[in-house]
Ligand binder design. Structure first.
Ligand code: ADP
Ligand code: ZN
Length: 788
């Protein structure tokens, strides 16, 4: 008896799990013998939790458990563990760095269909004969049941199983007839999983490697060398002007990774994940249909399930996708490419507020693989990391076709205004340039990062603007479909009718003020009545197919002038576009955001990259009220180095990234006073926590974002010499620039410092100790990009 129980004791095992609930704790459960074989680290399980069941992820398999009243798990979900040890390690890192519970991290790592395991494979019925069918048998059947005989005849002829639905369609017979044959034991039905391939119907033309030029060859060599000794490889920052052949290098780099038996992830901003981009990758790796998996936000749940399993099972070896594709469950990862690494859409604006490029750097370190962030306008952070030797820098200075960079002309809107006496949408020079292109049958892109027709409705008598009742912004007037002839809030979606008279003073003195893409479209159409003008922004592209359709029509020359928001600024190749007009370059510049200058420089450079990709050199017109601002001047001269230097000096002077990390805490509530009080209390507690934290800084295991190695300038030397509380800069609790959003009053606290892991921990601990009123919400954003 004792041996028996000992035996059972020895086999008894435990799992430590993270339940899909925000409880910030790991819990232990026991594993019934019947399930022991099937669980491991990374498995999904169902466990009893409080008085219900909950889904959970196994994060460890401890031999002992100290926990009291331990209960057994109820079930194991799926066949294999869905998270590798490396991905679990990554999840832990994210949870600490971004100040966010691990269960929230896992929500981002695992698509809902996988976590819940509710959607399965799409199953279809296949038919085949159950045995050899003789001709006589069919004839005999024909007398009694002619339709069954007809179907049996077709089935007998099958060379391989066929989908039942397909067979019935071909023979025009029904399901009942088929069932009758099955009942007679003449035909057999089998369920098989079929893959929902969103690109299954597309034909991909196979392409092969291009012969690389000298700069490209050098860049590829860096990657292959790193692939050969990934343990000590540094991230490779590929800085190449638009059209310098970066994508070709990615393609050949991936090929090199596959040749070494490894896999690859390519991250692209969601907006650049166009059919064109997918085609380039699917085309190059066309040898096996399943090699490339694509992950993006428009997949159906079923498609997402299938793509995910295609990756998890090892059939797909390349994953191309937007932000969350960085969590793709590839094994044996060899290379991660982050295209357009400067793109702010890599930053997730809900918890976990991670930046996919930084996660890529960390995952590469954990998985010992090569990571290549690439861009025509690298972020200041990445370029700085290259400058201090944390990254390797590889530059491509030439366009592949040796074409000239487009000519940038700056148009001073102040002078235009003096001439015209009112704000012009199109300056005379830009207008003429468009006319010239129309005559030559070349195409134009006009860019304005603001939707709608008029950006506000003002009263010229009392000065009141129509503001959103929920947010502290003016309502935008739209003339076209989505909110036809109404005012709408771009932040919360609130809409309102246009009043006849000013509701504040009762006067009939309302005027429309400011303009968006709709107005640009209609103005251009008025000036050039013969031209085909189309608009591309979030309002005009609500139909799923509209985007593809407009791009196709633009490519084939059916559209002369394309007006749009940032949707058209990225990664599209249009050889016949020889003119790009930036309607107002100042929009981004005057935001209360330390990255405003950087964004403007990037935007101008990227948009300019759209011009002159074909035979004719391109021209870019930049309309601005601040023609001498550095971002505009450096962009004009395609002077990245000059821009980088001056921007870096500014950041260092002001203690902003990349010299200091920032954490932005937002406290919000529908009740203004409570939000304010909570923010002020939190600030005081943070002050105490930062002052009395005497613990020596912990080493940073994996720091994605820069830490300074080489001091730059006197000021940073002085800062480095300082120790203790002064190492953190704690700002006051202040109303956010966007004071009210969706009915909530918002207050900000900004903290800056170098030791980010320590800072994150202090913030977390302080928050955990502070009880906030129920209607107050606090969010923590580490390395924030959204400062409004
Ligand atoms: P980027 O990604 O830097 O903007 P791409 O990789 O898209 O540049 O290259 C721009 C164009 O040049 C593409 O049409 C590409 O096929 C072509 N190209 C790239 N490398 C070569 C090469 N070595 N020889 C010829 N054409 C090339
Ligand atoms: Zn609003």
């Amino acid at each position: 008896m004792s041996t028996n129980s000992e035996h059972r004791m020895a086999k008894r095992s435990y799992v430590r799990v993270v339940v899909d609930r925000a409880i910030r704790r790991e819990l232990d459960y026991s594993v019934p013998e019947s399930l022991a074989e099937r669980v491991g680290v990374g498995s999904r399980v169902r466990v009893p939790f409080r008085d219900k069941s909950a889904l959970a992820t196994v994060v460890a398999v401890p031999e002992q458990s100290e926990a009291k009243g331990i209960r057994p798990i109820e079930a194991v979900i799926g066949e294999a563990p869905i998270l590798s040890e490396q991905l679990l390690e990554l999840a832990r890192w994210i949870s600490i760095y971004y100040c966010c519970p691990i269960e929230t991290v896992m929500r981002s790592m695992l698509p809902q269909v996988i976590r819940r395991a509710e959607v399965g494979w799409k199953k279809q019925l296949f038919v085949q004969p159950s045995r050899n069918i003789e001709a006589e048998e069919i004839e005999k059947l024909r007398k009694r049941a002619p339709r069954q005989a007809e179907l049996l005849e077709a089935i007998a002829k099958l060379e391989k199983p066929i989908r039942a639905a397909e067979l019935l369609r071909q023979t025009s017979l029904d399901n009942q007839t088929l069932r009758a044959l099955v009942k007679r034991g003449l035909a057999e039905l089998r369920e098989e999983a079929v893959i929902r391939d969103p690109h299954g119907d597309d034909q991909f033309i196979a392409t092969s490697n291009l012969v690389l030029n000298e700069e490209q060859t050098h860049a590829l060599n860096e990657i292959t060398q790193a692939l050969d000794s990934p343990e000590n490889a540094r991230p490779i920052l590929l800085h190449g002007v638009t059209g310098s052949g970066k994508t070709e290098i990615y393609l050949q780099g991936i090929r090199a990774a596959l040749d070494r038996g490894r896999t690859a992830i390519v991250l692209v901003p969601e907006i650049s994940l166009t059919p064109q981009t997918v085609e380039r990758f699917k085309g190059r790796f066309a040898e096996a249909q399943d090699t490339v998996a694509v992950l993006h936000s428009h997949l159906s749940e079923g498609e997402r399930h299938d793509e995910w399993h295609k990756i998890h099972s090892g059939r797909a070896r390349i994953v191309i996708g937007a932000r969350s594709a960085i969590f793709a469950p590839l094994k044996n990862l060899g290379l991660i490419v982050v295209d357009e690494e400067h793109e702010t859409t890599y930053k997730q604006e809900e918890a976990p507020r991670y930046h996919a490029r930084d996660i890529a750097i960390v995952r590469a370190k954990i998985e010992k693989c090569v990571v290549v962030p690439g861009s025509a306008t690298p972020s200041l952070e990445s370029h700085h990391n290259a400058a201090i030797g944390k990254y390797r820098l590889v530059t491509l200075t030439q366009r592949v076709d040796q074409k000239q960079m487009p000519l940038m002309r700056i148009i001073d809107l102040r002078q235009e205004r003096r001439k015209e006496k009112k704000a012009a949408i199109l300056s005379e020079k830009l207008s003429q340039a468009i006319a010239d292109r129309l005559e030559k049958r070349e195409q134009t892109i006009l860019f304005l990062n603001r939707r709608g027709f008029s950006t506000s409705l003002l009263c010229s008598n009392c000065g009141e603007a129509r503001n959103c009742p929920n947010c502290s912004v003016a309502l935008t007037f739209h003339r076209h479909p989505a909110v036809d002839g109404r005012l709408s809030c771009h932040l919360c979606g609130h809409t309102a009718a246009v009043p006849k008279k000013c509701p504040a003073c009762g006067q009939d003195a309302l005027i429309y003020y400011g303009f968006g893409t709709e107005k640009v479209e209609s103005t251009v159409a008025q000036i050039f009545p013969k031209a085909v003008v189309r608009r591309m922004d979030a309002d005009s592209m609500t139909r799923k197919e509209a985007y593809r359709e407009t791009l196709r029509n633009f490519r084939t020359g059916k559209i002369d002038i394309l007006v749009g928001t940032q949707m058209i600024a990225k990664g599209l190749h249009f050889p016949n576009v020889t003119l790009v007009g930036i309607i107002n370059a100042d929009l981004a510049l005057h935001l209360p955001d330390f990255r405003a200058g950087e964004r403007t420089f990037q935007l101008l450079t990227q948009v300019a990259g759209r011009a002159g990709r074909g035979e004719t050199p391109g021209e870019v017109f930049v309309q601005t009220y601040t023609p001498f601002s550095p971002s505009i001047q450096f962009a004009r001269h395609h002077d990245f180095a000059g821009y980088f230097q001056q921007e870096l000096e500014f950041r260092e002077r002001c203690d902003f990234p990349p010299f200091k990390h920032a954490i932005l805490i937002t406290v919000r509530s529908a009740h203004e006073g409570r939000a304010k009080l909570s923010a002020e209390t939190l600030k005081r507690r943070l002050r105490e926590a930062l002052t009395y934290s005497t613990e020596a800084p912990k080493p940073e295991a994996y720091s994605a974002a820069p830490t300074r190695r080489k001091p730059l300038g006197l000021r940073s030397l002085a800062a480095a010499a300082k120790a203790g509380p002064e190492e953190f800069i704690l700002g006051d609790a202040t109303p956010a620039p966007l004071e009210k959003l969706q009915g909530q009053f918002r207050f900000h606290i900004l903290i800056r410092g170098e030791a980010i892991m320590r800072l994150s921990r202090l913030v977390r601990e302080t928050l955990d100790k502070l009880p906030f009123p129920e209607d107050v919400t606090v969010t923590v954003d580490v390395d924030p990009y959204q400062l409004l």
